[in-house]
Design a protein around this ligand. Structure first.
Ligand code: GRG
Length: 286
């Protein structure tokens, strides 16, 4: 199967799982289920759950065996986007070219839809324990990891730094640290999830974590470049591309992706899909 087909195929099974899991729009209280579905099916790339599935496959597992946990992480990602767009945080009227959740449903419902998706994310990870070959202990470990990677030491803390950072005085080290928390943490979690549920040993988990950190950091630097190239630059915000320019952002993201792939050496050609996913990030247009 070529790589484009691989991405398409995985996206389809992720969409199907999410659709079967989420309450239907008409179920009461209908407005929140509509709001949740609006953002979950709003055109996301599904890159985080695809990382989880591809990592499980690296260990010879079927993608299906970790599908629910992977989708749980996608719900948590969607929650973070809805809250990120709220007037009290980034105040963005648009997400993926469409009106953001609060523009359609109002602030109160958007806030609650985000909360509901966070809760549902954990629920879906727990539901993965129903898969026969998955050890219950590994689900507990993943729940603990998820709390850590989205908590105040990681995603949530990164978001706090993001809204308080001042463009003029942030150093490169602090900006990279902020990106590691705000963006790389959840991407890293999605890779670790596939490894933990597939019984990875410490050496394998360490290599995949380094891969995930590099990928996650590159992802945010590329995201900033895309914002500039698509004329969506926020001048009030310190971003890598705003501060250091497109040329340096490009070479730094290429360096990080190259290093990420080097960490996969211990898996030989079994890691080819994860290497292709790393390369794909450099060419993505959205
Ligand atoms: C309460 C744990 C908690 C978190 C709330 C709002 C928030 C704190 C964190 C948000 C952090 C954030 C929005 C980071 C940006 C990461 C990023 C580049 C998102 C875009 O990801 P894509 O391109 O999105 O994968 P798609 O549209 O493909 O789904």
């Amino acid at each position: 199967m070529n790589f484009k087909k691989y991405l398409e195929n995985k996206k389809n099974i992720i969409d199907k799982t999410l659709d079967e899991y989420l309450p239907p729009e008409e179920k009461a209280p209908s407005i929140i289920h509509k709001a949740m579905r609006y953002s979950v099916f709003g055109g996301g790339k599904r890159i985080r759950p695809i990382f989880t599935l591809a990592t499980a496959e690296l260990f010879g597992r079927e993608a299906e065996s970790v599908l629910r946990a992977a989708c749980g992480i996608e719900l948590i990602h969607t929650f973070s986007l809805i809250h990120d767009d709220l007037p009290c945080i980034d105040n963005d009227d648009f997400r993926r070219g469409k009106p953001s959740n609060h523009k359609v449903f109002g602030e109160a419902i958007a806030l609650l839809a985000g909360d509901a998706l966070l809760v549902s994310g954990f629920d879906l990870i727990i539901k993965n324990s129903e898969v026969k070959e998955i050890k219950k202990q590994s689900i507990l470990k993943l729940i603990k990891e998820t709390s850590f990677y989205i908590g105040t030491e990681n995603m949530l803390g990164g978001q706090v730094e993001d809204i308080t950072a001042k463009n003029e005085d942030i150093t490169k080290e602090d900006l990279v640290n902020l990106y590691m928390k705000k963006t790389a943490a959840l991407i890293c979690l999605s890779i670790r999830a596939g490894a933990i549920l597939s019984g990875a040993n410490q050496r394998q988990l360490k290599a995949l974590t380094k891969y995930g950190e590099n990928i996650g950091l590159a992802f945010q630097i590329i995201d900033d470049m895309l914002d500039i190239m698509q004329d969506q630059r926020d001048m009030g915000k310190p971003t890598y591309a705003n501060k250091y320019g497109i040329k340096e952002s490009k070479s730094e993201s290429e360096r990080l992706i190259g290093e990420a792939k080097d960490y996969l050496r211990i898996f030989n050609q079994k890691a080819d899909t994860l290497k292709s996913l790393a390369d794909y990030l450099l060419t993505r247009k959205k």
